[in-house]
Design a protein around this ligand. Sequence first.
Ligand SMILES: CC(=O)N[C@H]1[C@@H](OP(=O)(O)OP(=O)(O)OC[C@H]2O[C@@H](n3ccc(=O)[nH]c3=O)[C@H](O)[C@@H]2O)O[C@H](CO)[C@@H](O)[C@@H]1O
Ligand SMILES: C=C(OP(=O)(O)O)C(=O)O
Length: 428
Amino acid sequence: MEKFVIEGGHQLSGSVTPGGSKNEALPCLAASLLTDEEVTFKNIPRINDVEVMLQVIEDLGGWYEWVGDDVVKVRTENVEKSALDTELCKKIRASILFAGAMLGRRGRCELPPPGGDVIGRRRLDSHFLALESLGASIDVGADAYVFETNGLEGTEIFLDEASVTGTENAIMAAVAAKGKTTIRNAACEPHVQGLCRMLVSMGARIQGIGTNILHIEGAKSLWGCEHTIGPDYLEIGSFAGLAAVTNSVLTIKDVVPEDLRMIRLVFEKLGVQTDLKGRDLIVHGDRELKVQRDLHGAIPKIDDAPWPAFPTDLMSIAITVATQCDGTILFFEKMFEGRMFFVDSLIGMGAQIVFCDPHRVVVVGPSQLYGATLESPDIRAGMALLLAALAAKGESTIYNVRQIDRGYANIDEKLTAIGAQFERLPVE
Ligand SMILES: CC(=O)N[C@H]1[C@@H](OP(=O)(O)OP(=O)(O)OC[C@H]2O[C@@H](n3ccc(=O)[nH]c3=O)[C@H](O)[C@@H]2O)O[C@H](CO)[C@@H](O)[C@@H]1O
Ligand SMILES: C=C(OP(=O)(O)O)C(=O)O
């Protein structure tokens, strides 16, 4: 167990390069089960969730080797088992991603209920709907879900919601199915696109990548590939928020500008100006941060929704930024029931926030934040509290930093390089 002890109130400067996207790496690792050949992942973040996915693959009979700081090779030709390890699966939400790939590979998967962030109910209904449509039977037991099929068949799927991992499971099963599949109301986040690009480079035929209608022609066998994981736009959004709350100018290197359209628009609403110079994003946190009112002076609103809308995983960061902006703004978290509770910690640090209900808060800024003792409830709220602590006057301690580490590789080095004052210490 570790904690961060942070001395807040310092301006930061310099540049930071985001790591590869966790949410792209996880389904891509599962997809390596769809071929007998070697798959090499580049720019893959060496975080706990990735290590756990690799351990699950190893436990199933697969092989992996880290051949660089962010390069790993995976081979799964010897996978014979179809029951996944309970303890490993409980550690991460993404273990559910093995369902589609294992059905495609082995026709069977025994999957203990997945773990993951505690940010509200995490429904799996869309996964089940999609996999059943493709010809799987699913037995919901007390200790595990058992997915089985005598052969997956292409079909028409209309997802009941644009679930990210639900879509990814459906895609992985569909590329292994016989015939054509159409997935409508598909999620199309950059990480879903990344998975599709990897599968295409393995020989899969997928059309409509980046839209909410995917046409997939099942391929008999897929070959190995080298896949580079895209930069994590959630990490980029987090660093943009960090620049804003610490009045700093930061350059975020090697971004994918098209992935940042809505994120930049939302930051603009909060008065945070950003510029693109080629593939670098410059965040002008040193300029006046003033909430931009809607037409006729109306109080603006920031809400989340599936891509290309504002990502739910950046809501906690945006709320924290708003505490440092001049004006009033409503945040409406539509996707998770538990994500907003962390604002209690911000209120304790001096923020002026009205907690309307589990989905809505009103932030009135700017407020001077003061150092406090904090606990990281989930990856994104943990990062948001780290931002608040770096903005605050005085010292803060954040416990449960394991949660922050889940989503941000090498966070200590990256923050220290731009001047953040903090230490990682063991919890006695
Ligand atoms: C490993 C991974 O990739 N995890 C991400 C993935 O989780 P995950 O795939 O588990 O999340 P889902 O997309 O299934 O759903 C997230 C939440 O949004 C709700 N929902 C979803 C779609 C929709 O059209 N309407 C709606 O209300 C769901 O009911 C659920 O409460 O996507 C989430 C939503 O971007 C992110 O927070 C997670 O970081
Ligand atoms: C909620 C998240 O992750 P997971 O779905 O893996 O719990 C996240 O990345 O913010």
